[in-house]
Design a protein around this ligand. Structure first.
Ligand SMILES: *[C@@H]1O[C@H](CO)[C@@H](O)[C@H](O)[C@H]1NC(C)=O
Ligand SMILES: *[C@@H]1O[C@H](CO)[C@@H](O)[C@H](O)[C@H]1NC(C)=O
Ligand SMILES: *[C@@H]1O[C@H](CO)[C@@H](O)[C@H](O)[C@H]1NC(C)=O
Length: 399
């Protein structure tokens, strides 16, 4: 009898003790000062847990069990690392939550953070809004617009359960032969600095009287400008004969670089790949034309300048060629310079001293294109699973 009592007392004591230990978990107590919480947590962590916390692994090698066992601090989606092909926002949220449950069930219950390259919109996510790359945003010289793009991106990132965008990229590209030049807002640090409004967009302007660290996201609106009366004809890689026989008033020629990212895009000659040049020659040799160059950097355009009427630097749309089409047909052009006004460095060849490209963005005139019906595309750029080469195409107008 006496023995049983002793055991019971022992159990009671243990329970009381357990509760006391719980109360002492200062790091979990939001009413404690932050430095106290950090000190407390650090004191509890083993070396292995500290290493785990400093480690970020790709989602493709993670499981909830791994998050728990190794106390992993953060996860990322590397380029193209998605839970499923064409994953929905719900798929993303479930994936993030499952990993988070693993982290929260670890010995110390430290939550993980999930990061992603949301670098031109939430660009890894199917059906997310794709914004132009930084080189194009820099060309707008519009920090307020860039801030709104940051806010819209933040909204879509949070909608997939992700807390962390790898942004901004404040590279200052001085050599367009580099395959990551398009990630740079400008070669001019002043412009790069101005474009850091993306941060306020992503993080939110903290309203007065609001607690720091709470997200705030503004709105985003796009309006369309369409004016009826022009008939359009679409043709991929047109030959000179087709151009001659069509009795067209003018043409829009779209050419560009093949898809690339990061160092896979290094290029020492900066020429437009075929069939881009032959398309320009075939079309612009016959009629008035506007050439739209979709690229991540300025390319050698000098040889074609005598035949073209105007040039648009549209910049890379990432995997979404349709985005360029939408801009062309539903929004006014904003960055157009008459071909004659474009001086080097859009030059004959990219010599060491001609790689600067500050001057090309001067907005010398604006051109409005009116269309009566949307062009039907065989756009092969909107498939995110494969990124086939950009097919140069042309639009011809009657009327
Ligand atoms: C070509 O277009 C012009 C102007 O729209 C028109 O006057 C002319 O009749 C057309 N020619 C042919 C052969 O269709
Ligand atoms: C230019 O460089 C690219 C990449 O290095 C290469 O694929 C292409 O063939 C080159 N073009 C010319 C015209 O030299
Ligand atoms: C396009 O330009 C016209 C004329 O300047 C203007 O009225 C219209 O609001 C513009 N549309 C957009 C979407 O900017």
């Amino acid at each position: 009898m006496g023995k049983v009592s002793a055991i019971l007392v022992g159990l009671l004591l243990l329970c009381v003790l357990g509760e006391a230990v719980q109360n002492l978990e200062i790091y979990k107590d939001p009413t404690q000062p932050i430095y106290m919480r950090i000190k407390d947590l650090m004191g509890r962590m083993s070396l292995a847990e500290k290493i785990g916390q400093m480690t970020q692994i790709d989602r493709s090698v993670a499981t909830p069990e791994i998050m728990k066992e190794f106390s992993i601090g953060s996860l990322l989606s590397g380029g193209g690392s998605v839970p499923l092909p064409q994953a929905t926002a719900e798929d993303w949220i479930h994936m993030v939550n499952d990993f988070q449950k693993g982290s929260l069930s670890s010995r110390l219950g430290i939550p993980m953070i999930y990061g992603i390259d949301a670098v031109h919109g939430h660009n890894s996510v199917y059906k997310a809004t794709i914004f132009p790359h930084n080189v194009g945003l820099g060309a707008t010289r519009d920090p307020e617009l860039v801030k709104r793009i940051g806010a819209a991106t933040a909204l879509e990132v949070r909608a997939t359960g992700i807390q962390y965008a790898f942004a901004p990229c404040i590279a200052v590209c001085r050599d367009p032969r580099w395959g990551r030049c398009y990630e740079s807002y400008s070669e001019d640090p002043k412009i790069v600095k101005a474009m850091t409004t993306i941060i306020t967009g992503l993080q939110g302007e903290i309203p007065t009287n609001s607690r720091a660290g709470m997200p705030y996201v503004g709105g985003n609106a796009i309006s369309a400008a369409i004016d009826p009366s022009t008939e359009l004809v679409y043709r991929e890689n047109p030959d000179a004969e087709f151009v001659k026989s069509g009795n067209f008033s003018y043409a829009i020629v779209v050419v560009g670089e093949h898809p690339y990212a990061e160092t896979a895009g290094d290029n020492s000659n900066l020429t437009i790949p075929e069939p881009g040049p032959s398309t320009i020659t075939n079309v612009c040799g016959g009629i008035k034309c506007v050439v739209v160059v979709i690229s991540g950097r300025p390319l050698v355009i000098q040889p074609y300048l005598p035949s073209i009427s105007a040039l648009v630097a549209a910049w890379l749309p990432g995997s979404e060629g349709q985005g360029e089409a939408t801009s062309l047909f539903f929004l006014n052009f904003s960055v157009i310079a008459p071909a004659t006004a474009i001086a080097p460095p859009w030059s004959q060849s990219p010599s060491e001293d001609s790689v600067s490209f500050l001057s090309i963005f001067r907005v010398l005139s604006a051109l409005r294109i009116s269309v009566s019906k949307q062009v039907s595309y065989e756009s092969n750029l909107h498939n995110k699973d494969q990124e086939p080469p950009l097919n140069p195409f042309s639009l011809f107008s009657h009327g």
